[in-house]
Structure formats: C-alpha cells, structure tokens
Write a protein that binds this ligand. Structure first.
Ligand SMILES: Cc1cc2nc3c(=O)[nH]c(=O)nc-3n(C[C@H](O)[C@H](O)[C@H](O)COP(=O)(O)O)c2cc1C
Length: 170
C-alpha cells in the first residue's frame, strides 16, 4: 500500500468488536513508536499496554469507548529536549509523533484505533500507580472496528481545504 493510501485508511474508531489484538500485532505497533523520531533522539516516552483490570481502571479515567486494548503514552518531561533560548519542552511533540506512528501501523495491520486526549490525569496516575516523573499525554484505543456501528462523531471527512491550511512564502 502506498503511504497516502495508508494515511487515508486511518480514521478514528469509536466502536470496537471484542476481538483481541494479537501479540504479534501489538509488538509491531509498539515498534512503530520505538522508531518514531524525537527531538535530539531523547525518546522521553513510556508506553503502558493496558489490558484486563488495568484497562478497566483506565476506562474509568479516560474515554476509551469499548476498545479491547489501549496503549497509554506517557512522557518523562525531565528527559525531553528543552529548547535553550526559550525553554520550550518538546515532550508533547515527541508523544504526538509516536502515537501517530502507532495509529498508522495499526491501520497497516487492518486494525482500528482512536487517539484519546480526554483523560482525567490525576485519577489515571493514581489508578495505574504511575511514577511521579511520568506525564500521561495520550492514549491509543485499539482493536477491530465494529462494522455495524455508526461513526458517532463524523468528523473524519471535514478536512480544511489545502488552500486554507497552506501558505507559500518566498
Ligand atoms: C491529540 C488528539 C486528541 C484526541 N482526543 C480524542 C478524544 O479524547 N476522544 C475522541 O473520541 N477522539 C479524539 N481524537 C480524535 C479526533 O477527534 C480525530 O482525529 C479527528 O476528529 C479527525 O478524525 P479522524 O481521526 O477520523 O481522521 C483526538 C485526536 C488527537 C490528534
């Protein structure tokens, strides 16, 4: 599949079948995050694979729909690149790239996903006993799409025109 076709294939899924994501698929998705670029290659990331009781605890703190698996992406902000002249910390940028790599890998494996930012941070930290230096940033809800469910949000096709997004400067 060419890259643009893969990018077009990925879309947020908010209704999943109960079918499991297998270990091989999960490893490939985690590898995609491992290979994501990060500022100064500092890789300030921790990937928590949430299943079983941990997944249910996370579901109480984040809008994970009925995904049978989720990957919580935390950053160790103290290990991220900080731009010296203005103090900008790039942890969230690193996390965003890694989660998109995973979402695209999932699509390449015919799995579906949804990136979730609607997280109650402190309850999640507490439920999963996260270390103090880990900052929960985003969760990838993962699984097989339920083909019988309607897209509840229907935002996917509402793309701004390239002319609105782009400006050329010379
Ligand atoms: C940083 C980020 C946070 C998001 N958080 C949520 C969320 O909490 N819940 C949700 O249902 N979708 C969430 N989304 C999915 C977006 O709503 C979705 O990407 C957007 O509507 C475009 O649709 P598409 O992913 O199908 O192309 C998030 C996406 C991103 C990139």
């Amino acid at each position: 599949m060419d890259f643009l076709a893969l990018v077009k294939k990925r879309r947020s899924c908010r209704a999943f079948l109960p079918d499991a994501v297998n270990t091989e698929q999960l490893q490939l998705i985690l590898q995609a995050a491992q290979l994501a670029p990060s500022a100064c290659n500092l890789q300030p990331l921790k990937l928590h694979v949430l299943q079983g009781a941990a997944l249910e605890q996370a579901r109480a703190c984040a809008w994970l729909y009925n995904a049978p698996l989720a990957i919580l992406l935390c950053t160790e902000d103290d290990k991220a690149w900080v731009r010296r002249h203005d103090g900008e910390n790039f942890a969230l940028a690193d996390a965003a790239i890694a989660i998109d790599h995973m979402a695209l890998m999932a699509a390449a494996l015919d799995l579906s996903s949804c990136i979730i930012g609607a997280i109650k941070l402190d309850p999640l930290r507490c439920a999963l006993k996260l270390p103090d230096n880990e900052h929960p940033q985003l969760i990838l809800a993962l699984g097989h799409a339920d083909p019988s469910a309607e897209d509840k949000v229907q935002l996917h096709d509402k793309r701004k025109a390239l002319t609105e997004l782009t400006c050329y400067q010379a």
